[in-house]
Design a protein around this ligand. Structure first.
Ligand code: ZN
Length: 64
């Protein structure tokens, strides 16, 4: 039974570490890799990769 308790505690801890709660919408923020193509002054494209926290406040903006 001790093992089950340990597992539950670990799962709980992992869940709380994975997503932080948004103070605005109360939703859990999900870390998402946001890739944006950026055109440089020379006309070539490069990809700008950014890790963003997505919740209901900005999901439309990030995910389209
Ligand atoms: Zn939010």
């Amino acid at each position: 039974m001790a093992k089950q308790t340990d597992f539950a505690e670990k799962a709980k801890k992992a869940a709380s570490e994975r997503g932080s709660k948004c103070p605005k919408c109360g939703g859990i923020k999900t870390p998402t890799l946001f890739i944006q193509s950026v055109q440089s002054a020379h006309g070539s494209y490069r990809f700008n990769r950014q890790r963003v926290q997505v919740c209901k406040c900005n999901e439309k903006q990030i995910l389209g």
